[in-house]
Every structure is written in structure tokens, then in C-alpha cells.
Design a protein around this ligand. Structure first.
Ligand code: SUG
Length: 442
């Protein structure tokens, strides 16, 4: 049976804006208070999906969440109609109001950690939605993410959707952004790399300036619940790169099939990690491409988001789906030109303009959640989320109908955003046959 890796991309939500909410994410801080273009952002995302589909990469979509998120404000004690609550929130608790308006659910690499059935001892695909406890604006994504994933991956004979880990700093979990799977073919058993920023038993060895968003304890708990046994390898991120703005491992490394592409400063104890991955892969040789600091300094990796590229398998071999900032950063562009001509394992680079998302620190890889599915698993999905040219056209029309051209910081307080988003999401649920996953629909 044909087993493929499907990239589910997050649709950018109608309130996409720049509120500078993510401490430690240098792009988010740098672009705080700029005017965003939600329409352009969503269309840029759709163009990437279409291009990957045309490259022969199976593609799915995941919906955005309800923002402004009035239920969070009600929990904080605000009362009145939804419009009154929104107005009061901006007057009295503007930071929480901004958090309730973020379209951050678009970065679905942080939605969940997914272990394909071939790796799990019960032969089912295991999914753990990320709790995202380190950032309040992201932590509120977890409940609806869980509902949406349970709706899509609904067959209990094939999928186990676990609850998110407990909401504690000890169990900080950011999903697939810190998880990479290696294998020979997607349907074969593989080895899964869990990268953490801090071991809570040894917090002094974590970063000093910026938060470590993934803990070793969270990674180990997920590997255990996913029944990975010795198919899991744990590695610590180099704390110095977190302090340089690498808030997730997917900002400094990316892997696909038997290939790991990473910066030389990405990990602690790199050799040990590579040996363990090789042991897990058994007869399949792990290929690794290590980018030296001398050629691409960490600061350029962060600026260009080179490693937040997607590595995808095409008929021409492995191809890098990179943000156009990588083409515009000299060291990175030169490095990539050399890499391609050296035949080292990456055949081609395609550059994409994702600037709207990139200004919040979200590149090509942040926008996608990888799910390995065989035909039976694909046929079982509980919603219409597999990408096709027809779905593309419907989503494009939907964006053009419902999204604003721009949102400046002062526009966020507009109570019309509440109904605009709800109307758009109601229609999206029809397009995707998703049922009623949002609180406003209950
Ligand atoms: O969690 N930015 C996101 C970007 C997530 C990128 N994901 C991966 N690397 N996989 C974050 O920091 C900024 C939102 C704002 O500032 O309004 C934000 O949430």
C-alpha cells in the first residue's frame, strides 16, 4: 500500500497581525506594530500549497482558530456582550486582548507531535496536540487544536489523539517544531528525534536570555505515550542558539527521510546524537549535511530562516522549499548555490515569498504539519481537508471574500472583527466538512 507524507498547512486566519507577542522570537519583536495584510498572508500560504501540490507533494489544510477569542476574556472575568467584552479588554487589559487576537494557529508545526503508525508498537498513528504553555497567546490554541485533530483523525482503529500534556512549565511542549522523523521509506519504521531546550532537572544548563519552550520531560512523555520504545532519540538544543533567537529546533535544522540538514551549532553533543540516529536507522545510512558557522553564521540562519525550509521528496530527489529571505541573504544564497552544485543530497531550491508570516517568525516549515498516511488512513479522514485544485479555488474565493486588506494596530480593537471572523469560519467549516469545532458554534 502506498504510504505518503502529507503536509497539512495551516490557513492564515483573518486577524493576522503584528503584536510582538513572542519573547525570544526576534522577527516577532522586530516587526511589532507594523500593519499586516491578512489577505496577502493567506494567499501567500495558498500559493505555497499549490506549488507543492504541483511538485507532486501530497498536501492537506488545517483551519485557523476563532480570534478574537472571547471565551478567554470571559474566563478572565469580563462580562457583557461579546462586543462590550472586546472593547473593555482593549481599555483595561490590552496585553491579554492582543493575545486573544493573534492568528498564531497558522503555524501548525506547533499544533502537535505525530508519530506514524509504523513507529508505534500498537500499529496506530499517535498524535499529541502541543500545550504551547510558554506563550499565553499560543497556549489558548490547544483545546480547539485537539478538537480539530480529533475530527480529522477520527478513526479509533487507526489513530490515537491524546490530550495535550498538562499545562505546566515542566511540561512545555511545542509540537513537531522540535521533532523530526528519519526513515528509509515513509511507510517503514523509522527513528524519531526529539529536541528539547531545557531539562527541568538541570535548568542551569538551559538558555539564559530567552525561554526554552520545549522541555526534556515533555519530549520523553510524548515518546512514551506514542509507544516508540527505542525508536526515540533525545537531544538538547545548544542553549547559545536559543539565546540567539532559535526558539524552536526547526529554525536551525530540518530532516526528511534519511537526510538531516543542520547548522553546526544546533545541538549539544552532536556526534552522540548522530550515532544514536544511525543506530535507530539500522541498515539505512543517515546522510547529514552540517552547515559551518564560517559559511553561514547563526545570525544569518535566523535572519534568513534557511533551516525553516521544508525538505521534500520529489522525482528529482530531495528539494528545499525555502523562504525568499534565504535568497536575499548573501551568505545563505552563496552557500545554497554551492550546495546544489556539489550534489550533496539536495537537488534543488525553490524560494517562496511568505513575508507576511515570516515577519512573525513563521517560515515554510512552521506553516506545515507532517502526517504520514497510507491509503486506508487517507480514506478514513473525517473532513474534506486533502488539497486539490478545486479546494484551492474555493479557499482562494473564501479568503478574497472575507479577509481584510490590512490591519494596523489600532484596528485590532474593532468589534466588527468578531463577527467577520465567525462568518468566515462558519463558511470554512462547510467547505472543509469540519462540523462545528469552535466555541462560538456551540
Ligand atoms: O510561536 N510567532 C510564532 C512563530 C511560530 C513559528 N513556528 C515554528 N518555528 N515552528 C511563535 O513564536 C508571533 C505572534 C505575534 O507576535 O503576534 C508568534 O506567535
Amino acid at each position: 500500500m502506498n504510504t505518503q507524507e502529507v503536509n497539512f498547512d495551516g490557513l492564515v486566519g483573518p486577524t493576522h497581525n503584528y503584536a510582538g507577542l513572542s519573547f525570544g522570537n526576534v522577527a516577532s519583536a522586530k516587526h511589532k506594530a507594523l500593519t499586516s495584510s491578512p489577505k496577502k498572508a493567506a494567499l501567500q500560504g495558498l500559493e505555497k500549497m499549490q506549488a507543492l501540490y504541483e511538485l507532486g507533494i501530497p498536501q492537506g489544510v488545517l483551519p485557523p482558530q476563532e480570534r478574537p477569542h472571547i471565551p478567554t476574556l470571559k474566563k478572565l472575568g469580563l462580562t457583557g456582550t461579546d462586543s462590550q467584552i472586546w472593547e473593555t479588554a482593549w481599555k483595561k487589559i490590552p496585553e491579554q486582548a492582543a493575545a486573544c487576537c493573534s492568528a498564531s494557529s497558522m503555524w501548525v508545526a506547533n499544533a502537535a507531535t505525530i508519530s506514524p503508525a509504523a513507529d508505534c508498537s500498537d500499529g496506530k498513528t499517535h498524535i499529541t496536540p502541543a500545550n504551547l504553555v510558554s506563550m499565553p497567546h499560543r497556549n489558548m490554541e490547544a483545546p480547539v487544536t485537539t478538537t480539530i485533530l480529533s475530527t480529522i483523525f477520527s478513526d479509533p482503529d487507526l489513530f490515537v489523539v491524546h490530550p495535550a500534556l498538562e499545562n505546566s512549565t515542566e511540561m512545555g511542549d511545542e509540537g513537531a517544531a522540535n521533532h523530526t522523523r528519519f526513515c528509509s521509506e515513509y511507510g517503514d519504521a523509522g527513528v524519531e528525534l526529539f529536541v528539547y531546550g531545557v531539562d527541568q532537572n538541570n535548568p542551569g544548563q538551559g538558555p539564559q536570555r530567552y525561554p526554552a519552550r520545549q522541555t526534556r520531560q515533555a519530549s520523553e512523555t510524548i515518546a512514551h505515550r506514542h509507544q516508540l520504545g527505542n525508536r526515540a532519540v533525545f537531544a538538547q538544543q545548544n542553549p547559545a542558539v536559543i539565546d540567539a533567537g532559535v526558539f524552536h529546533n526547526d529554525v536551525i535544522a530540518v530532516g526528511n527521510l534519511d537526510l538531516l540538514f543542520f547548522h553546526e551549532q544546533a545541538f549539544q553533543q552532536t556526534d552522540r546524537m548522530l550515532e544514536q540516529l544511525q543506530a535507530g536507522l539500522m541498515d539505512t545510512k543517515l546522510m547529514s549535511i552540517c552547515v559551518p558557522e564560517q559559511q553561514v553564521p547563526v545570525s544569518d540562519a535566523v535572519k534568513s530562516y534557511l533551516f525553516n525550509s521544508q525538505l521534500v521528496n520529489t522525482e528529482h530527489g530531495q528539494v528545499l522549499i525555502a523562504p525568499s529571505e534565504s535568497e536575499q541573504t548573501d551568505s545563505v544564497h552563496n552557500y545554497l548555490n554551492e550546495l546544489i552544485s556539489s550534489n550533496a543530497g539536495i537537488a534543488k531550491v525553490h524560494y517562496f515569498d511568505l513575508r507576511e508570516s515570516m515577519r512573525n517568525g513563521g517560515g515554510p516549515a512552521c506553516l506545515r504539519l507532517r502526517v504520514v498516511l497510507n491509503e486506508a488512513e487517507q480514506d478514513s479522514l473525517g473532513a474534506n481537508v486533502i488539497y486539490s485544485p478545486a479546494l484551492h479555488q474555493r479557499l482562494k474565493d473564501w479568503v478574497n471574500t472575507h479577509y481584510r486588506e490590512s490591519i494596523a494596530p489600532a484596528d485590532l480593537a474593532d468589534p466588527n472583527l468578531i463577527n467577520e471572523t465567525r462568518t468566515a469560519l462558519d463558511e470554512l467549516c462547510q467547505i472543509l466538512s469540519l462540523g462545528n469545532p469552535y466555541e462560538f458554534q456551540q
